[in-house]
Ligand binder design. Structure first.
Ligand code: PEP
Ligand code: MN
Length: 266
């Protein structure tokens, strides 16, 4: 169902703030995790002000260590809904297990399935049945064929609204947290009508590399980016090193706006 043969028209997802796919570009931005009312509202206000079309923020966090911050759960979902009510930004947030899909879908506009759950087939099917658009991250050790098959689990539940996100894969290179596979963008786009996004934040792992990776992804033809930014990254409870402070996020948005017209004309 993801292939051009079955579906010869590019898939475009529509939101009140913008569209993604077929030449339409969107930015989703916000903190790694929702940490407090003040934090998420401040982030929502400035990401909107600087031109993002969607707010991100995890309420259920899939952490490598069970002792690390796990997210605010339902309270985080309520805070995201409050941020949406104030700013009008649609909200994307991660769902980490099939039994949470109904709950998260009550509050979120887009369900995120994370890299660590990208082959959790029960979760993919449940998200497919939710009727909400799904932002599916590539697993850190997944081939592109496996990634497309994961998307197929969502699509085959009757849900055509899937965004594929390249967020970096495991390689021998340690200078970045993961290695952004820029080739994934043109390769996926040659094989599927679905929108393809880049997550430069989790690939980089360090804030200084986030903007160059975002621009590389856009130059390669990405239909959107999802970026982490935090009002006070030094105090972040997860992914502190990679979250952009507001000023750097504003610079990223300017760089994106400068690049997009050049890409559209290419
Ligand atoms: C996230 O978006 O905060 C996240 C955990 O991403 P990934 O699943 O790509 O690691
Ligand atoms: Mn994160």
């Amino acid at each position: 169902l993801a292939s051009w043969e079955v579906h010869p028209e590019p898939t475009v997802l529509d939101f009140p703030t913008g569209r993604t796919g077929n030449g339409h570009f969107m930015v989703a931005a916000g903190p790694c995790g929702v940490e407090s009312r003040e934090q998420i509202l401040a982030a929502a206000r400035y990401v909107k002000q600087h031109g993002a079309q969607m707010l991100r923020g995890g309420a259920f966090k899939p952490r490598t260590s069970p002792y690390a911050f796990q997210g605010l759960g339902v309270e985080g979902l309520k805070l995201l809904a409050e941020a949406r009510a104030e700013t009008g930004l649609p909200v994307v947030t991660e769902v980490t297990s099939p039994d949470l899909v109904d709950l998260v879908a009550e509050y979120a506009d887009v369900l995120q399935i994370g890299a660590r759950n990208a082959q959790n087939f029960a979760l993919l099917k449940a998200a497919g049945g939710s009727g909400k658009p799904v932002l599916l991250k590539r697993g850190m050790s997944m081939t592109l064929d496996e990634f497309l098959m994961a998307a197929e689990y969502v699509l085959s539940e009757g849900n055509p609204q899937v965004v594929l996100v390249e967020r970096g894969i495991r390689t021998f290179e340690k200078a970045t947290r993961f290695t952004l596979d820029v080739s994934a963008v043109p390769v996926l786009k040659s094989q599927t009508h679905l929108p393809v996004w880049i997550d430069p934040s989790h690939a980089a792992g360090t804030r200084e590399y986030v903007t160059p990776l975002a621009l590389a992804g856009i130059a390669a033809g990405a239909d959107g980016i999802i970026v982490e930014t935090h009002p006070n990254p030094g105090e972040a409870k997860s992914d502190a090193a990679q979250q952009l402070p507001e000023a750097a996020f504003a610079d990223l948005m300017q760089a994106v706006r400068r690049l997009l017209p050049a890409v559209d004309k290419a």
